[in-house]
Design a protein. Sequence first.
Length: 46
Amino acid sequence: MTGESAYERYLQRHCHEHPDCAPMGEHEFWRARAQAAEEKVSTGCC
């Protein structure tokens, strides 16, 4: 999976789970995804 369809999958899930709340825009989605990936980076040796 390359992540190319990640935003489309997010929209489908979001509309199903949070129908009363507007989803993030595509730009905001990719920014949040990149930030989450950066936060998962381990700086330790183990």
